[in-house]
Design a protein. Structure first.
Length: 511
């Protein structure tokens, strides 16, 4: 069910991407010593003569999203055969040690950023057609003729984004780690801000509603590109499924099209995306346009309640996201997200003075809170439990806190209890950690929230992150929801929110 009027609005807001020409920062040697990756500067790549099997490693100094140009020359006899070359891009040096042939994951291996090309004419200049996300580049000459040597004379990346780092002042603080968190967050967000807010420029290179919510929040405190957020909301609202549901994710090329995935939590978040946008811009016209879509998501979710007035558990199917990680039961968390989003719905309805909606939403909110406590609270455990096995997870407690099912004092006790007990079903993504930090702040634990933020995101920086990663489980560094970390994304927008927290809650110069 396309709403062409909405899609036209989105089309008119298509950004012109800013381009920057980025040169190689240094030529390096990359190797492993006692399973630790070492990177050392070596002689400049253009001074090297490459034969069959030679490799060069280039470091662009920071994470780039862009297009690669190569200028190739030679020494020796006139080239008498094509050069066969392998080009391997890496966001994280770990990818340079991975071999796509060994990939056994369940999502497509075509995400792995590795090419093999033949070049017939040397000297020549080549431009690779794809856009890549990377900091490091490995070039291997699989074969050349013995009569001449290949020389890579120049390598340049034409980096693209809809925003520029020059437009954002760094966060004002003396705290070195906070400065780093801010810098890495900004780079992460910038490199995901393309024609739309992409989830990750390596993978999936498309827009997910849950990711959009966090990116847009961070954007309002940093790049302040309001038009991009507006464009993205109109795209989602212009691509509803027949019954009025929002898709969890959309494609924009070659045409705007919804993916066939519905996620209860992502669809519900539209109310929060819309309110955040309105609060940042005061744009009442957009709020009026998109209000019904937001409230409809709540109405639709209300049809998914069971006889106990909580969201029906749909088990292991991909029906509600919350977090990656094995075995997480979503029932209680989904119910909490519904309660949370009703609060946003009420705030939207109040702005537009929709009295009937306000009464209906308030009534449903009270009913759901009561049902959630009755159905999910386990007095003996002192935690909420979810699903047929009464599972107590971090995600469930955090969402119940954010839903404000209990008062603040009780929520504070709950979060400390969870930290003490450390339930076995933990958080694995920075996306879920975002909500943990948010819950701590809402419990007036600002200092603890900052410590936790430094611990989790800071650890990623200590592990070499130039941009924050899609997944980071300090308990299992190989963690991947896809059966192999080869397709993990190392610049993932939902991880960029330290900059949002720092600016909104810790700095006076927030907005
Ligand atoms: C993955 C991506 C994306 C996320 C969805 C649910 O494909 O990481 O960011 O929103 O899953």
């Amino acid at each position: 069910m396309k709403n062409q009027e909405f899609l036209n609005k989105a089309l008119r807001l298509l950004p012109t991407l800013k381009e920057t020409k980025v040169e190689v920062a240094q030529t390096v040697e990359v190797y492993k010593e006692d399973s630790e990756i070492k990177i050392e500067k070596t002689e400049t790549y253009s001074d090297k003569q490459l034969n069959k099997g030679s490799r060069i490693y280039l470091d662009f100094g920071n994470h780039q999203v862009g297009y690669l140009h190569l200028k190739l020359g030679y020494t020796g006899s006139h080239p008498d055969a094509p050069v066969w070359m392998r080009i391997h891009f890496a966001e994280n040096p770990v990818e340079l040690f991975e071999n796509a042939k060994n990939y056994r994951g369940w999502i497509c291996s075509s995400w792995i950023e590795e090419e093999q090309i033949h070049i017939d004419t040397i000297p020549s200049e080549i431009k690779l057609p794809r856009r890549y996300a990377f900091r490091y580049l490995e070039i291997e000459t699989i074969d050349t003729s013995m009569k001449w040597q290949l020389v890579v004379e120049d390598v340049v990346c034409r980096s693209v984004s809809s925003v520029s780092l020059d437009d954002v002042k760094p966060v004002e603080t003396d705290d070195e780690m906070a400065k780093k968190l801010d810098r890495v967050s900004l780079r992460t967000l910038q490199n995901c801000m393309q024609d739309v807010f992409e989830d990750g420029p390596k993978r999936d290179r498309r827009m997910w509603l849950g990711d959009l919510r966090l990116q847009a929040r961070a954007n309002y405190y940093t790049f302040k590109n309001y038009d991009l957020a507006k464009r993205c909301m109109y795209i989602f609202a212009g691509l509803l499924f027949n019954e009025g549901k929002l898709s969890a994710c959309v494609f924009t090329e070659p045409e705007m099209e919804p993916d066939d995935t519905y996620l209860l939590d992502y669809a519900l978040f539209f109310s929060s995306v819309l309110l955040d946008y309105y609060e940042a811009t005061g744009d009442l016209e957009t709020l009026r346009d998109l209000y019904d879509v937001a409230i409809d998501q709540i109405r639709i979710a209300m049809t998914q309640l069971n006889e106990k007035n909580v969201v029906e558990d749909l088990g292991d199917a991909f029906w509600c996201f919350l977090d990656w990680g094995d075995g997480l039961n979503k029932q209680a968390g989904a119910t909490a997200v519904l309660i949370y989003c009703i609060r946003y719905g009420i705030r939207l309805a109040k702005i537009l003075d929709k009295q009937e909606d306000i009464s209906w939403l308030e009534e449903k909110q009270a009913m759901l809170k009561e049902a959630a406590v009755k159905e999910f609270w386990d007095e003996a455990l002192g935690m909420f439990v979810s699903g047929p096995d009464c599972q107590a997870s971090w995600a469930t407690q955090i969402w119940m806190i954010l839903a404000r099912v209990f008062d603040k004092e009780t929520n504070c006790k709950l979060i400390h209890h969870v930290m003490e007990v450390n339930p076995r079903i933990r958080m694995v993504t920075p996306y879920m950690y975002h909500h943990y930090i948010d819950a701590l702040i809402r419990c007036d634990e600002k200092e603890l929230a900052l410590e936790e933020m430094k611990r989790y995101w800071g650890e990623m920086i200590r592990d070499g992150a130039d941009t924050f990663w899609e997944l980071y489980n300090p308990y299992n560094r190989e963690e991947s929801p896809y059966g192999s970390s080869m397709v993990n994304s190392y610049c993932h927008a939902w991880s960029c929110t330290p900059t949002y927290f720092l600016r909104k809650f810790y700095m006076d110069n927030g907005k």
